[in-house]
Design a protein around this ligand. Structure first.
Ligand code: HAM
Length: 451
């Protein structure tokens, strides 16, 4: 019989290839979730402190939202979108970033009538058909902050400062270098693009295939090509700082002055343009000090024209996003560990039907008091259950066998010391709390609901 079953299993596994995640995406297993939970906690805390409110836009939107927002000629729209037709024949796309969807929501829900500026944040997964490599995935998480409805260089700097604080809380701020640039407004941008075109005229042969196209469609992106030859040519190209209009120049000078005021070091990078088309004036990125642009942990900037492009009133805005997988990678590389909130305090082992029933209630009572408790209520020998308790690395085990049920007692074992005592069953909960100490209890409450 066993042999027959084995043969059947082999047949099934031959017929059904092993299933696995799609290319470029990954599971976030419990150990990594500890990091994600910690990052989310830090982000939520800093957001609350500064008056940001959380928003979640849909995972998919009409393709137009991103096409108009991010820009037709960007790599994201040209090469990296996950698009699909729904059954009604409408073209939809998985969101590759948060800003365009948030701006769509700002317009759709008339947020210009809310007190301005509107300060929003989100923590969401995003999707880009990128070439998978270390730190680059097809589904990735970002935390993202946006201030919409007001323009002032102090807001740009406050955003940067906020992320410096978050990275500081996560223990990795020192690993990054803040790169900033101003890419001007729609007025001085025209002069700059003309100057760029003049500069590149006659140099086409030295450019990579993508840059030859960029020269036609999106000349700004010539400046941040990663190819060696293109970089050499770009290093002698005109600089934005020389061609900014008076307003953009003053704005940029103020940004730098306020950064200094807050003690935030920065590197001026005249080639920083960002990969999305919506930016105006300030742009910034946090570069990994050891690897540079290739693995920016986050970036953002001002986007004063976007809401209008998307069909709203002219509305200034600024924002940034940080890739959470990259944050986790840097935290781990730096040897940073996060509080293990999932550690179990107590394991409840039992034998026999009556013991099992009593343990159902006991486990519930322990959890209600903030004691993190697991119990093996399936069938299993006492030995197997105690082995399981060891695997959970619990501090204490409660053991209820037939003898204890009869005597109205329970055994409380200290797993580290290997000692144990018999206590009245009715005192199990207070005895565990005393052994753990009140400060260890998981007393989180979401807050009272109001009627
Ligand atoms: P972004 O520079 O495209 O900006 O993305 C921000 C961060 O998301 C990157 O620095 C990186 O850490 C992470 N990221 C991007 N693509 C991937 C990927 N394929 N795999 C893993 N991580 C990735 C934006 O998304 C803008 N919406 C930021 C912004 C907000 N600007 C204004 N407001």
């Amino acid at each position: 019989m066993a042999e027959d079953k084995k043969m059947a299993d082999v047949a099934v596994s031959a017929a059904q290839p092993k299933l696995q995640t799609a290319t470029g995406v990954h599971d976030i297993l419990p150990d990594d979730h500890e990091y994600f939970t910690f990052i989310k906690k830090v982000v939520r805390h800093r957001a609350r402190q500064a008056g940001y409110r959380r928003i979640a836009t849909p995972i998919f939107e009409y393709f137009d939202v991103f096409q108009r927002g991010i820009g037709d000629t960007t790599d994201i729209i040209q090469k990296e979108m996950y698009t699909f037709d729904d059954r009604g024949g409408r073209l939809l796309a998985l969101k590759p970033e948060a800003t365009a969807g948030i701006c769509r929501a700002y317009i759709e829900h008339s947020m210009r009538l809310w007190p301005q500026p509107v300060e929003l944040y989100c923590i969401e997964p995003h999707f880009r058909y990128d070439r998978p490599q270390k730190g680059r995935y097809r589904q990735f998480w970002q935390y993202d902050f946006e201030i919409i409805g007001e323009t002032d260089p102090a807001l740009d700097v406050q955003m940067i400062h906020l992320n410096q604080k978050i990275l500081g809380d996560l223990g990795i701020a020192h690993l990054f270098d803040l790169q900033i640039n101003s890419i001007g407004c729609k007025v001085c941008r025209i002069d700059f693009i003309n100057a760029l075109k003049d500069y590149y005229a006659g140099k086409e042969r030295g450019l990579c295939f993508d840059c030859k196209t960029r020269l036609e469609k999106n000349p700004l992106r010539l400046l941040d090509c990663k190819e060696e030859d293109c970089r050499t040519i770009a290093s002698f190209a005109p600089k934005f700082s020389d061609l900014l209009c008076a307003e953009c120049k003053t704005f940029d000078a103020n940004v730098k002055e306020y950064l200094t005021e807050l003690g935030i070091p920065y590197t001026i990078n005249s080639q920083l343009v960002r990969g999305l088309d919506y930016y105006t004036k300030t742009v910034f990125e946090w570069w990994d000090k050891s690897f540079g642009a290739q693995n920016a942990i986050g970036g953002g900037g001002r986007y004063d024209g976007l809401i209008e492009i998307m069909g709203g009133e002219p509305t200034p805005a600024v924002g940034f996003a940080v890739g959470m997988e990259r944050v986790v990678m840097h935290m781990k590389n730096a040897g940073i560990r996060v509080p293990k909130k999932d550690d179990i305090h107590v394991f409840v082992a039992q034998l026999g039907d009556t013991a099992k029933k009593k343990c159902l209630k006991l486990i519930s009572d322990l959890r209600e008091q903030g004691v993190k408790t697991v119990g093996a209520l399936g069938k299993g020998s006492m030995k197997a259950q105690l082995r399981l308790a060891d695997k959970f690395h619990v501090q204490h085990t409660l053991i209820l066998g037939a003898t204890e049920v009869r005597d109205g007692t329970i055994i409380l074992r200290n797993m580290a010391k290997g000692s144990q005592k018999i206590i009245p069953f009715a005192e199990a909960v207070p005895a565990v709390i005393e052994a753990l100490g009140e400060e260890q209890l998981d007393k989180y409450t979401p807050g009272e609901v109001l009627y």
